[in-house]
Design a protein around this ligand. Sequence first.
Ligand SMILES: Cc1ncc(COP(=O)(O)O)c(C=O)c1O
Ligand SMILES: [Zn+2]
Length: 394
Amino acid sequence: MAKGIGSTLEWLECSLCKAAFDVDEVHSLCDRCRGVLLPRYGLEEAARTFNRQAVREREPSMWRYRELLPWVGDPITLGEGMTPLLKAPFLGRSLGLDRLFIKDESQNPTGSFKARGMSTAVTMARDLGVRRLILPSAGNAGGAAAAYGALAGLSVDLYLPVETPDPFRLEAAALGATIHLVDGSIADCGARVRAEADGRFDISTLREPYRLEGKKTMGFELAEQFDWDLPEVVIYPTGGGTGLIGMWKAFDELERLDLIPSGQRPRMIAVQAERCAPIVKAFVEGRKRAEPWPLPVTYADGLRVPSAVGDYLILAAVRDSGGVALTVTDQEMADAQLAMARGEGIFPAPEGGATLAGLKKLVEQNMVDPGERIVLFNTGTGLKYPRVPGLKVP
Ligand SMILES: Cc1ncc(COP(=O)(O)O)c(C=O)c1O
Ligand SMILES: [Zn+2]
């Protein structure tokens, strides 16, 4: 395949057995060991054009990092990425912190960070000749897949848990996706997708190798927005963990390119819902892999993920960073959603609220210093979720 000018994508590497795979074909997990495949780039070639100055002058979207993204033809883009890094002085003061920030991913197309991953995944699917996509989703990924699928002219079959709120369904239907409701969790949706794919290409996160690449741009943006001096703490709401794994990969690539000093990465904090916390359980028990969570319950749809294919990558990133994994209750998330809304003017998704609730716990346990730069990831807008537990709406 002729590579588009700019992308230095070279091969896919299995994150477990290190086998190499060709980027000219569609792939899912490693066919030898079921490990997650990680895209690898020609970093020496990338370094010729990818530097602080060059990047600064490019378009305000995640495609400003195009050497380190997968594409051949023109990217399928709706302007995703380069979301604002906002100061959160009110919340900071209330927690005794001097330098608190919110990376506001709700300002992406379709209202969540899922846009980033779908832009790269749909771009590569189109480049590889795929015509029909299929995926399970908690809601936000489905809306994003529907949007990018529509733009690329690909069909999208979407499997959603039956309790997925109406706004997610409305959005995906309006964008032309075919919706299948499944009586169960996202894991049950995934099983149905695999059983019913029938030639359609499964773009489940991490089973498909390129959604990760879009999400890693959150890490590039953090570096750029902090003037190439990464913050001390990143707090991320973790379901499948693609964003966290992606940022960790981005930091690795930036270190290899000498764009950030090595060994000065943030502590990565994974926040999960108390009643769906497979990663936290494995973290606390010192395990490398997580067991499936039997009965996942939370109103934060994106955190209702009972098992993640990239569990070992999330756990490794959290541990290598010196971070922790912790839980918050649904009510703590809801209170934090309102605190963020009323304090900083951002109405976050419950998952965004979870990061603030998690930070509260870190502060209570003296696990962050007042002067540290701390970033909360508001991964989506609150507008697609019909309720905030405890909030009375007239
Ligand atoms: C708003 C929101 N935040 C966080 C997540 C979890 O994302 P990840 O799979 O990267 O852990 C999701 C996933 O659906 C989501 O929709
Ligand atoms: Zn392998």
